[in-house]
Design a binder for this molecule. Sequence first.
Ligand code: COA
Length: 324
Amino acid sequence: MGTVVLGTGSCLPGRVLTNVELESIVDTSADWIKSRTGIESRHIGGKGEKTYQLAAQAAQKALEAAGVSAEELGLIVLGTISSHMLMPSSACFVQNELGAKNAFAYDLNAACSGFLYGLDLADKYIQADHSMKVLVIGAETLSSRLNWQDRNTCILFGDGAGAAVCGYSDSDRGLIGSNMRSDGSLGELLRMHAPESFNPDLIVEGNPGAYIQMEGREVFKHAVRAMEDAVFGLLEREKISKESLSLVIPHQANMRILNKLIARLDIPQSKVFINVSKYGNTSAASIPIALDEANSSGLIAKGDTVLFCSFGGGFTWGATLIKW
Ligand code: COA
């Protein structure tokens, strides 16, 4: 019937940074972070640890879980906003690392929505060619893109990677639909400039370099409303009741956003997978890490209807439904 996830994997860097440790880095308190965001710790890449290295480890686990070899992959799509290089793409580094010599590979910049945008793409390729196997990854080392003196941002984010191998199934399972959206007019509210130009004629005035800046309260309001709209729009279009959902895996932005979203969707919290306290917001990696944790701990069974929703810089947002 459609595109199915054949296997999932994830990878977190070894170093854990707690809220208490953050107190000695920036003017904040562990209690403030926990009560305002629900985050208690996050994983942080070691010196020189690169996004593609986390991505490749997550991908390797997803391939093993799927029983698919790297040579069978036709496409690798990697959602990220924290590549260590702009060219080659991190996806090409992953392709080389895995030895996926038959795959073409590219990065996708949709911030925290990168994985769901990637799943949507994978579905289109697989629908067009049922033999295609697509590796979709979300991976970030955002700790390299944070201003550690800015308490509005550095307390929120973490590093990690998650991956899913997708293919075609002629059973009654598969990706039901997705509802992907963007609004570039609101891009200034959550942004990361490019590295500064070396061409004096092309230097952008006021470019502080490549790190995250954010108007937190505004982002909060838009995030809740956008995910709510995307979810209800998708459920209505696909004629699926929220009562029939088995599990909801939202982008793990922070606990207050998740609580508001759960209230607006009016879905029991027990049906919503939440791990933000351990990892913070890992941007494009947050949904595939959560998916891998839910999947490997047996929370998803064949035939379950699983809903995903995301929101991120751009703005980008969306929702996806899969009959697992
Ligand atoms: N530690 C301690 N105090 C802090 C702080 C920190 N890290 N950050 C802000 N504060 C202070 C502020 O200075 C302010 O103090 P004041 O009342 O004396 O002026 C107070 O806490 C409240 O600040 P405010 O910005 O209103 O906090 P908030 O309740 O809106 O929480 C966020 C801030 C960032 C947690 C919240 O706006 C949020 O979750 N935004 C969405 C962020 C997000 O998820 N972005 C990614 C989306 S993909």
